[in-house]
Structures are given as structure tokens and as C-alpha cells.
Ligand binder design. Structure first.
Ligand code: SAH
Length: 211
């Protein structure tokens, strides 16, 4: 997601430690304490401006959500959305999705979402795709046995790559949608990119894959 560099974004994050977890390495193993309950924890890696987690958190008050993004400016927009929603079941984390095992204990996360991840279409950038096997290794460690990844995208190349990557990893493709918006899937919460691309007539793909 490309956003203009936002002045004061760092300070904005630092001034809201009740939402933005500022020392993520200390959070490992302590997430239920941070949320103050024992509800399941779902994360979105590459959460962008936060429309999805904010919408999910409002629809599912008994689930805790963590939005993870590597970009400060993007995360500061997500913070605005969370503050506006006044939800207490969302936290934000500014870390790289490739190092999640530094911030989450084994099985600490119940479900992992990827939405409209950067496609990195060139073969030489395969390792940067969030569905590359090295990422799957770390997701597997923080999810329960048979944990799930729910992924949606408009990018057919990344979708096909990801189906193959999940399957080659030995994961089960539980459900696949080749046109999510034309299906009877209920409770879909749109992401920013989903709004944008579906308005342009792009098909949205979705998969639920299980370790
Ligand atoms: N999920 C949102 C944003 C998609 S854009 C939506 O659907 O609208 C992809 C996002 O992933 C960007 O905000 C980018 O900063 C983030 N991202 C890319 N690589 C990442 C990584 N390795 N770790 C964490 N976030 C990453």
C-alpha cells in the first residue's frame, strides 16, 4: 500500500500505547494479558489502513484482533480508525511479518489473515511474498496445530502462486472462491483495496487453507 509519508506518524503511534504495542518483543507470550481476556486472537499481516480489522472487531466483539504492518504512515491511519471506533479488542503492531516468532509464542494466535498482500510478480522477489514457504514456517509456529490462513486478493498471479505454495507445504485447501463477491459468502468485511479493486470490476479471490 502506497501512502504519502505522514508527518508526526511516529509520535502519533508513540502517543497511543493503549492501542499500539510499542515494545513488541515484550509482548511475546503475554497477548491475553494485553487484551485482558482469554478470547481468541486473530491477526492480519499487512493490515494497511485497518478497515478490515476495525470492521471485524466491531462484528466480533469476542475476538481480539491485531493489525500488523511494516509501514509507520500506514499504521498511523489504522490507528485513527481504531481510535474512532473506540474498540477495545484491537491492537496494532509495527513489525515485519517475516519475524512473527519474535513477537508471538507457539499457538498464541488462533487465525491469520492475509488481504491483498503485495504481489511481487518478479520471480526474483518470490521470497518477499507473504505466502512464500519461509513465511508459512513462521505462521505455522504461532498457530495451533491445523491452524488456518484466510487469504483474499484480486491478483490472480499471487492467488495461483499461493494455492500452489500452500499445497506444496502440505496444507489443505479447505475452501476456495474464484469470485468472492458473486458467491453466497456471508459476513465479508471489505478491506481498502477490496473496495477499490472491486469497484473497478476486478474479481476477488479467497482461500481458507489449513496446516
Ligand atoms: N490489507 C490491506 C492492505 C494491503 S497492501 C488491504 O487489503 O487494503 C499490503 C500491506 O502489507 C501494505 O500496507 C504493506 O506495508 C504491508 N506489508 C508488506 N510486506 C509486509 C511485511 N513483510 N510485514 C508486514 N507488513 C507488510
Amino acid at each position: 500500500m502506497r501512502v504519502r509519508r505522514r508527518k508526526g506518524a511516529e509520535e502519533h503511534l508513540a502517543n497511543n500505547p493503549q492501542i499500539v504495542v510499542l515494545r513488541p518483543q515484550d509482548a511475546k507470550g503475554n497477548w491475553h494479558k494485553i487484551f485482558g481476556n482469554v478470547n481468541p486472537i486473530h491477526i492480519e499481516v499487512g493490515s494497511g489502513k485497518g478497515a478490515f480489522i476495525a470492521g471485524m472487531a466491531a462484528a466480533h466483539p469476542d475476538i481480539n484482533y491485531i493489525g500488523i504492518d511494516i509501514q509507520v504512515s500506514v499504521l498511523s491511519h489504522a490507528l485513527d480508525k481504531v481510535l474512532e471506533s473506540r474498540a477495545d479488542n484491537i491492537r496494532l503492531l509495527r513489525v515485519d511479518g517475516s519475524s512473527l516468532t519474535n513477537y508471538f509464542d507457539e499457538e498464541e494466535i488462533d487465525l491469520l489473515y492475509l488481504n491483498f498482500s503485495d504481489p511481487w510478480p518478479k520471480k526474483k522477489h518470490e521470497k518477499r511474498r507473504l505466502t512464500y514457504k519461509n513465511f508459512l514456517d513462521s505462521y505455522k509456529q504461532i498457530l495451533p496445530p491445523h491452524g488456518e490462513i484466510h487469504f483474499k486478493t484480486d491478483n490472480r498471479g499471487l492467488f495461483e502462486y499461493s494455492l500452489a505454495s500452500f499445497s506444496q507445504y502440505g496444507m489443505t485447501l479447505q475452501k476456495v472462491w474464484l469470485d468472492l463477491h458473486a458467491s453466497n459468502f456471508e459476513g465479508n468485511i471489505m478491506t481498502e483495496y477490496e473496495e477499490k479493486f472491486s469497484q473497478k470490476g476486478q474479481t476477488i479471490y479467497r482461500v481458507e487453507a489449513r496446516f
